[in-house]
Design a protein around this ligand. Sequence first.
Ligand code: NAD
Length: 436
Amino acid sequence: MSHAPSPAPAVTAHTLPSYLQADNLGPWGIYLQQVDRVTPYLGHLSRWVETLKRPKRALIVDVPIELDNGTVAHFEGYRVQHNTSRGPGKGGVRFHQDVTLSEVMALSAWMSVKNAAVNVPYGGAKGGIRVDPKKLSMGELERMTRRYTSEIGIIIGPTKDIPAPDVNTNEQVMAWMMDTYSMNSGSTATGVVTGKPVDLGGSLGRREATGRGVFTVGVEAANHIGLEIKGARIAVQGFGNVGGIAGKLFAEAGARVVAVQDHGGTIVREAGLDVPALLAHVRETGSVAGFPGAEKVADDTFWGVPCDILIPAALEGQITAANAGRIQARMVIEGANGPTTPEADDILHERNVLVLPDVIANAGGVTVSYFEWVQDFSSFFWSEDEINARLVRIMKEAFGAVWNVAQDNKVSLRTATFIVACKRILHAREMRGLYP
Ligand code: NAD
C-alpha cells in the first residue's frame, strides 16, 4: 500500500457553532448575509471565506462592582476579536443596556471590513458592557470601566487589540482604560487605547474625525452624481459626536440642515437650522428638543422629510422596510454602524437612492485612531492640519477605489466595499497560511 502524502485538505464550510448561527435578523445575521453577497466576487479567495463567518476570539467577562449604596452589582462585558490577519484587533467599546454578544460580534466584523477598506494595518475587534451608564454615578462608572479593562486585559494591548470610544464611552473612559492597563502591566502604555484626551497621548482631530470622514466621502459621492452641496438639504439622525460634526461641516460648506432627530425628539426648519447654536443647545440641555426657532414634529415624520442627503448617525437598524419607501434623499451617508437593514438597502437601491455604507463612510474615526496609535508609538505628535490632510487623502483614495469597483461590477457601494476589504483580509489570511 502506498504512503503518498494525502492532498492538502481544502478549507470547507462547516456548520457554524450554534452561537454563531443567525436565527433572526440581528446585526450578526445581517453581517452574515453581507458576506454571502460578496462571496461570488472573491475568486479563489472564497476558499477562505469561512474565516469571515467566525470571530477569531470572543471573551465574555463578569464585571462586579460595589455600588455607592454598598450593594454589589454584576454586569456582563464582552470583547470580540473578529479577525487579526492584517494586524492587531481594533474597535470601540460600547456601554448600552441592549448590548449583546451577537451585536458585539457583528460590530467587530464590520471593524475588520472597515479597517481593510481604508487599508489601515488592523484587524477588527469590538467590546461592550450591557449597562445603562446614565444610571451610574461617576464613581460607579469608573469602577466598572476599570474592572472591565482588567478582565479583558488578558487579550488587549498596544500590539494585540486596541479599544476606542463608541456609544456612551468617551475620552474619560479611555483615560481610565489606559491607566488600568498601565497599572496592571507596570508601565504607561498610551498605545493601548485610542480616543484618549490630547494631554494623555490623544491625537488632535480625533474627536471630529468620524464626522469629517462622513463629510469627505459625502462630498466625493455628491460630485459623482452631480449633487451640489451648496444649498443641499440635509437631515441628520443622532446629533452626537458623528452627526453633530458632520452636520456642522455640511453647514459650513453651504448646505442647509433642515431636520435633526435625537433621543429627545425631532426638529425641522426648512430654511435651515443654526447648527453652531444647535450644538451649543445640545451641550447645555443634552438634546435637540426645545431648540428655539425650530418646529417640533413627530419622530416618524423624520424619514419622509424633504431632503437631498440623509445621515443616520445614531444606532443600528433605523432605516427599515417600514420607512425606506418614504425617504426623499438622493443619498444616504451611514454615519452610524449598521443603520440600514438589508431589505431597506434593497428598497433604496430600487428607488435609486445612493447609500454610502458605514464600512467606508464612518471610517474616518478609526483612521485618525490609527494616526493616534502611530504618534503614541513614536512619541512624536503631528499638527491638526497634518492630521486632517492625511485623513482626507485616505478617505478620498479609499472611496475612489470602492466607487470604481462598484461601477466595474455593477454592484452597490456596500458590496463594493466588502469586495475590496474581504479580498485584502483573505489575501493576508492566505499568505500567512494556517498554523500549525
Ligand atoms: P454619541 O453618543 O455621541 O451620539 C449618539 C446620538 O444618537 C445622540 O445624539 C443620541 O441622542 C442619538 N440617539 C440615541 N438613541 C436614539 C434614538 N433612539 N433615536 C434617535 N436618536 C438617538 O455617539 P456617536 O459616537 O456619535 O456614535 C453614533 C453612531 O456612529 C454609532 O452607531 C457608532 O457606532 C457610530 N460610529 C461612531 C464613531 C466615533 O468615532 N464616535 C466612529 C464610527 C462609527
